[in-house]
Write a protein that binds this ligand. Structure first.
Ligand code: UD1
Ligand code: UDP
Length: 356
């Protein structure tokens, strides 16, 4: 069957890297890049490092408000889907590209598969939560990372076929761990010793768009008790500059967004990660690195239950207390499918398309 993969953001490139390879063993795949992320360091580097096939169509939509960006993506997708005539459209996660892909396909009568279906933060103020809920209820095939996600969809009465496949980001993290170890020189380049530094990422609109919250974030970072590396997302860079706060972070190593291999190696050897990213919370768990989440809730609740992730919002004292905790004892339970999620996505698509 012909499957169109619709992607446009950094975390979606990582997810598609896992699925594309497996999907092409059984189906024809065409990739449409919406252009939501367009800087090389947020887009091209992932195609190059992770071996994702070059996009078949690039929509070049670029940035905008959530509504404007989603609307322009929708309008651009309609003729492309009509031309490609796929049997299924595959979308990932919770960004504006996810929602636009799902709606454009559903309106065209094309079956929609959603990878990472059913994740919920129960915070409707997040644009991502709206995108997730709407996408799940437009989708025909709901491919879930966790049992919690399956239960969320059950409770909401989502009508698509549900499959527990595991998490495709985990596949990539596990597959590239040793490659990153060998290829990346990031620790030497930044003069860091394993286990002695902290890594920060922050880009959530709820943390960086409001100047008061941004100031709180900066105050938290200033108080951290070890060398800090902070690869800065362009949204955050712009907000820090606008608020005149960049200079306050003189004690922090601010870098451009890193490629996947450098980030993976940096994360693996960190003493802890502080983040508001969904993907980075999972990756910290898989790497056995403690995570301090700069939000008051998470979709990845299992990492908290297992003791490896602490939600501190932007509370400086809570963050310092979380960093001072001893490491959790014992083995980390297998939460995310053990590196086989993409195979299960492929098989679920095959089963779906073979069914009468
Ligand atoms: C988007 C997703 C978010 C995801 C994140 C991954 C939505 C609503 N948000 O947030 O869920 O976690 O991607 O990183 O879809 N910019 C650049 N260069 C680029 C892209 C963006 O400079 O290549 C700047 C622009 O000023 C833009 C801002 O970053 O306005 C925000 O970009 P946007 O794609 O709207 O949202 P993200 O914050 O990246
Ligand atoms: N990542 C990266 N370089 C960075 C920061 C993050 O390669 O400088 C990777 C990270 O390993 C993960 C993905 O980007 O695989 C997460 O994307 P992001 O935090 O932008 O989005 P979210 O997961 O929050 O939607």
């Amino acid at each position: 069957m012909r499957v169109v993969t619709i992607i446009g953001n950094r975390p979606q490139f990582v997810k598609a890297a896992a699925v594309s390879r497996r999907l092409r063993e059984a189906h024809e795949e065409l990739i449409v890049h919406t252009g939501q992320h367009y800087d090389d360091e947020l887009s091209r580097v992932f195609f190059d490092e992770l071996g994702i096939p070059a996009p078949d169509r690039e929509l070049g939509i670029g940035s905008g408000s959530n509504t404007d960006q989603t609307a322009r993506q929708l309008a651009a997708l309609e003729p492309v889907l009509a031309e490609i005539e796929p049997g299924l459209a595959l979308v990932y996660g919770d960004t504006n590209s996810t929602l636009a892909g799902a709606i454009a396909a559903a309106q065209a009568g094309i079956a929609v598969g959603h990878v990472e279906a059913g994740m919920r933060s129960f915070d409707r103020a997040m644009p991502e939560e709206l995108n997730r809920v709407l996408t799940d209820h437009a989708a025909d095939l709901l491919l879930c990372s966790t049992l919690t996600a399956m239960e969320n969809l059950e409770r909401e009465g989502a009508v698509g076929e549900k499959y527990l496949v595991g998490d495709v980001m985990a596949d990539v993290s596990l597959a590239f761990r040793e490659i990153a170890e060998q290829r990346s020189q990031v620790l030497d380049e930044l003069g860091l010793s394993p286990g002695e530094y902290l890594v920060v990422t922050a880009h959530r609109a709820g943390n960086v768009d409001d100047p008061a919250r941004l100031r709180q974030l900066v105050e938290l970072l200033e108080a951290l008790p070890a060398p800090v590396v902070f690869p800065v997302h362009p949204r955050t860079r712009a907000r820090l500059d606008d608020a005149g706060l960049t200079g306050r972070l003189a004690g922090v190593e601010l870098t451009a967004p890193l490629g996947y291999l450098d980030f993976l190696k940096l994360a693996r050897h960190a003493r802890a990660l502080l983040t508001d990213s969904g993907g980075v919370q999972k990756e910290a768990y898989l790497l056995g690195v403690p995570c301090v989440t700069l939000r008051d809730r998470t979709e990845w609740v299992e990492t908290v239950d297992a003791g490896w992730n602490v939600l501190v919002d932007l509370d400086r004292e809570a963050a310092l207390a979380a960093l001072a905790r001893p490491l959790p004892d014992g083995e980390r339970p297998e939460l995310y499918g053990g590196g086989h999620a993409a195979e299960r996505v492929r098989d679920a698509i095959s089963a779906y398309t073979d069914s009468p």
